[in-house]
Ligand binder design. Sequence first.
Ligand SMILES: *Cc1c(COP(=O)(O)O)cnc(C)c1O
Length: 498
Amino acid sequence: MHYYSTRGNSGFATASTVILDGLAPDGGLYVPSETLPSFSPENMQGGSYQSLALEILKPFLNDFDKREIEEAVNTAYSERNFDHPDITPLKKLSGDLYTLELWHGPTCAFKDIALQILPLLMRTTQIKHENDRGIIVLTATSGDTGKSALEGFHDIPGIKIVVYYPEKGVSEIQKLQMTTQRGSNVSVAAVKGNFDHAQSGVKDIFSDRELAEKLAAAGYRLSSANSINWGRLIPQVVYYFAAYLKLIEQKALQPGEKVDFVVPTGNFGNILAGYYARRLGLPVNRLICATNINNVLSDFINSGRYNSNRKLHRTLSPSMDILVSSNLERLLFELTGHDSILIRRWMANLKSKSEYYVGPGEKEKIEKLFWSDCADDDETSQMIAYIYDHYHYLIDTHTAVGMAVLQKYRRCSDRNRPAIILSTASPFKFAGSVARALFGSDHIRGIGELDLLEMLARETGIAVPPALARLTSEPVIHKEVIARENMRHHLLSNLPDF
Ligand SMILES: *Cc1c(COP(=O)(O)O)cnc(C)c1O
């Protein structure tokens, strides 16, 4: 398997280059350049998550050998990192309603699935290429990615992980998760302002040529842990297969029967992995793209017009508060039959006018594969309460958006198939919003988020995940708050030899 860029100007690359680069040199995203392998779920039954991951990852990691992938898979998806032997357990709520719990990793959000293995693959590449330059993984986060990246990269030799989060904009729990991070190669700082300030600061660093030369001269190379990196996408394909195989194993499905997947969506990474799973042979009926009121994607799927020229709202599902979904570019490239001229035109329009239109051919393909709608904060809270009342099951705000959108989908579809909702975070990670939905604002007024964790556990009889329970006693290590203008200086002052 080789890769090339969606913008068509970067030549062919191996898997290890793709993982090290993150973004392609021409500003596009890497995608496979060859015919995709095909898997038949009938022949894949009975294995562990680890053996499934090995089988699916292998053809995509062309310049890794089997032993290297096996080692990475077994280290990443071990009992040390995940608190459930299935890694991504499937929970049955009713005969046609399942949740796939993607939050049993060290930070209680789905990003752990990819960010536990990506650092190991990056390290393998570094050794293989006898690349003695240190890698700096630079990450701006709105909350979940930062902690996941810190957990994945801490104490990996040869790699430094640097995370910038907005001083205002992450929850108390998310902030504590990051500021208490241990590790000898870790740097975390708050940036004054909101997520856009932190993100644009990181983008400036990436595009600063003079800085790149300076870093190269000192033996460093910049890389990214954001979901533009193909190395984050492909590990996510595995759990779509794992969920389907579980249903076959439980005889809830006939082999070959199609299911719907519901995906709470922000940057379009998770749902794109579902699209690739379908391309690899998984019997998927529809991928249901659930958004909050920042509904650029659901408008796009329903109209063919992508328009990001609107105000960003802060919602109860902050990890989906996003107006430009980077990974959509990969889907468009696939749907146009790899037409990089069209992609370049659309992306240029997005940059200059904040919008683009796809043609009727692409629109039709999108409608066959996807269905989309949005849910607002009231619907989100009501759904958390409804699911708890009906099933004594707690869901977080992002998963609740998925549930609410599934309800809308079922109202307009003629047939109820089994639906699997990708549950992207532990309810305890968003304890404040979940407690408010269950007990009402009056009951929780004035109670801090950490105390709400315990209250939620006490009232529901469901245990707080140990990784979050620990936060109350962990010392805060990273206290720096910096101005956006000082990020470059901060980065350099944290590297030896500068
Ligand atoms: C990141 C995130 C999402 C959105 O996933 P994308 O791959 O960006 O679409 C949804 N829910 C949670 C909890 C997340 O952390």
